[in-house]
Design a protein around this ligand. Sequence first.
Ligand code: SAH
Ligand code: SF4
Length: 365
Amino acid sequence: MTDTVDVTPVESASGPTRYDLTRAEFGALLDGEPRYRLDQVWSGLYEQLADPADITNLPKKLRQRLDDELPLALELVTESVSDAGDTVKFLWEIGGRSGGERSRIETVLMLYPDRATVCVSSQAGCAMGCGFCATGQAGFTRHLTTGEIVEQVVRASQTAKASGRRVSNIVFMGMGEPMANLDRVWGATERIHGDIGLSARHITISTVGVVPGIRALKDLPLPVNLAVSLHAANDALRNEMVPINKRYPIDDLLDACADYLEVKNRRVSFEWAMIDGVNDRDSDARELAELCWKLRPSAHVNLIPLNPTPGYPTKGTALKKVYAFRDRLEELGANATVRRNRGTDIDAACGQLAAGQPVTLSKKR
Ligand code: SAH
Ligand code: SF4
């Protein structure tokens, strides 16, 4: 585990990439051009999701200049498709810190009848060490820049657009712990909201329970949704499953969630990856329901049968039992939904994103 606040610059030595610059910074770059150019460039990049070469109301020379001076940050390695085309996983290669070794990250686009969701990564790897998660098993490489996060959204949105769909929801549920990279995650959130035009209510930031991050997010202006990956409702079990719990135990986490709810008036959800014989017992349902009551009426539980990962041998709970657990929670007065998994066959489902990085095999449950 590393500490939660990291202020190390992550920008590469080779200068900004296409989605790094804010509108004001872009304005400075276009100094000397007529003032309306900035509107044209901005609407081309963020509304039409176009590459500079295709922003046809710009002079050719300027298009060329933008293309040359602001390269893309993500190099597509593979695009895998599952669920009859409704789930697309992008594997990208990114530059290393200050020109160091390159690394890989993943993004998932999920098309539903009523919405289209992009699941973005906030870090290459993750330092939090949750044993059941492929990203955690692979370890931490580096934080992503704001531009790298925004570019994931833009490029997945371009793919959605090609099938006539518009991205409606963003979830920070890809690789990495968003709260450990909150400055850049927040920079991206503002861009996704202000420039790409998504409502904050359609943006969800998921955390393993980094309490200072939740508290900092509470004081930031946009009312984004908060998802907390709880997985266990007592400290003994949670310490084992989610090591950061030793630093931020459940009581502190719940306090931070309660404050978030009060200030933002947004729903807080608990993620619960169901693991056979580990956190799917009746006592787990009772303890979890009790935690939900503390946040009532707003805590909502999302149940996900554990997805297989190479470094964690224990199986996910059988679907029938997952539904029985949901019914038990409802009986106990807690709201719960079973989340349908997408893209398990292309390793695109929750907890499976490892971007082809080697994992350390664990003998733990
Ligand atoms: N680091 C953040 C964001 C990643 S979100 C967080 O942990 O919340 C990824 C979600 O998938 C989290 O809820 C995580 O706990 C869950 N997850 C991890 N491994 C999983 C697995 N093998 N099966 C199902 N869900 C898993
Ligand atoms: Fe990191 Fe989240 Fe995976 Fe834990 S579950 S290792 S916090 S990505």
